[in-house]
Design a protein around this ligand. Structure first.
Ligand SMILES: Cc1cc2nc3c(=O)[nH]c(=O)nc-3n(C[C@H](O)[C@H](O)[C@H](O)COP(=O)(O)OP(=O)(O)OC[C@H]3O[C@@H](n4cnc5c(N)ncnc54)[C@H](O)[C@@H]3O)c2cc1C
Length: 317
């Protein structure tokens, strides 16, 4: 029986692991990969203690830090696939078929890019349909592209494309941009950008690669087609909370609801931190801070359990 299973490999999981290591609890961390979502970022300027680093450099630092922690068992390159309740705790299954019985779980599985779910999106993923403007904007030098999304992600994708694309259609489903006013001004001022409001993307067209995008004008009801060679899908993120569905309370966005003082979920023994939760500000430093709270709370929970069960205390050293 483990004391703690940490699920994730981003800033939240690493933050939890570093603090749990100091408590000498029997702990395993299951991480598909290390670094988290900002691994694709070209410049991170607000990671406290580093005035500028790339997402990849941050990922390397996080992995190095967690790997130097004594007493944390690391299962890397694997997903945790299932969480179920067992007497006295939980069972976490991993991709390899291994399972880990534990008194507590710290869920730090973050979030993934939201998909449009339209015809052609999956077929042309990597063949013109992309989800990371920082990574892929340079590939579209001299080309006409569409960016789908009128929030910060969409606007920033358009800005990333300024130096490369020949023309950028910005498709916004509503009749207004969201996102930071400064970025909105930047986007409006660039002659390469054509903003298409009330546009519901319905299909991504192509043969070998993307050749176009079909959308519905929600005002007129008319179906329209744009000739584009790239489609940047920038419509936000979905929390990786599937694992604990039905076990813990979630909000309407499927974010795990936590007590923000402790990281506790509605299920005693399961804690959560970072972008998988209902934290409003999804940021690296906040994920770490919240994970520290979850780790210390998990420690107190295990201590409580040990006090109730002297036999367990002896067997866990
Ligand atoms: C392009 C981009 C740039 C950003 N730039 C900044 C910035 O400059 N500053 C800032 O503060 N924030 C930035 N953010 C936000 C920041 O990256 C997130 O807030 C932060 O990464 C959240 O950390 P997390 O650990 O909660 O989750 P994530 O970073 O999402 O990490 C989750 C990790 O868990 C792993 N995982 C998921 N499910 C499982 C599973 N079932 N089993 C095992 N492992 C699993 C994933 O592989 C991943 O490694 C940026 C985000 C993006 C997308």
């Amino acid at each position: 029986m483990y004391d703690v299973v940490i699920i994730g490999g981003g800033p939240a999981a690493v933050g939890a692991a570093v603090y749990i290591a100091r408590k000498k609890l029997k702990t395993v961390l299951i991480a598909k990969e290390f670094g988290g979502q900002s691994i694709i970022s070209a410049s991170i300027e607000n990671w406290i203690g580093d005035e500028l680093l790339t997402g990849f450099e941050l990922a390397q630092k996080l992995e190095k830090h967690v790997r130097t922690q004594k007493g944390i068992e690391i299962i890397a390159g694997e997903l945790a696939t299932k969480v179920s309740e067992i007497p006295g705790g939980f069972r976490v299954d991993a991709e390899s078929g291994k399972f880990f019985d534990t008194k507590t779980i710290i869920l730090a599985s973050g979030s993934s890019r939201r998909r449009l779910g339209v015809i052609g999106e999956a077929k042309f993923e990597g063949k013109g349909v992309v989800f990371c403007s920082t990574c892929d904007a340079p590939v579209f030098g001299g080309k006409t592209v569409a960016v789908v999304g009128g929030g910060n992600a969409g606007l920033e994708a358009a800005v990333d494309l300024f130096p490369y694309a020949q023309k950028i259609y910005l498709l916004i489903r509503s009749d207004a941009m969201r996102g930071d006013p400064i970025t909105q001004d930047e986007v409006r001022a660039n002659p390469k950008v054509e903003i298409v409001y009330n546009a519901q993307t319905d299909e991504i067209l192509g043969d070998q690669f993307v050749t176009g995008l079909r959308y519905k004008d929600l005002k007129s009801g008319e179906a329209k087609t744009l000739s584009v060679e790239g489609v940047f899908v920038e419509i936000g993120a979905v929390p990786n909370s599937e694992l604990v569905k039905g076990l813990v309370d979630m909000n309407q966005f499927n974010e795990v609801i936590i007590d923000h003082k402790t990281g506790a979920t509605s299920k005693p023994g399961i804690y959560a931190a970072g972008d998988v939760t209902d934290e409003i500000y999804k940021q690296n430093n906040i994920s770490v801070g919240d994970a520290v709270k979850a780790a210390l709370s998990a420690y107190n929970y295990v201590l409580g359990m040990k006090r109730q069960s002297p036999a367990a205390e002896v067997s866990n050293g």
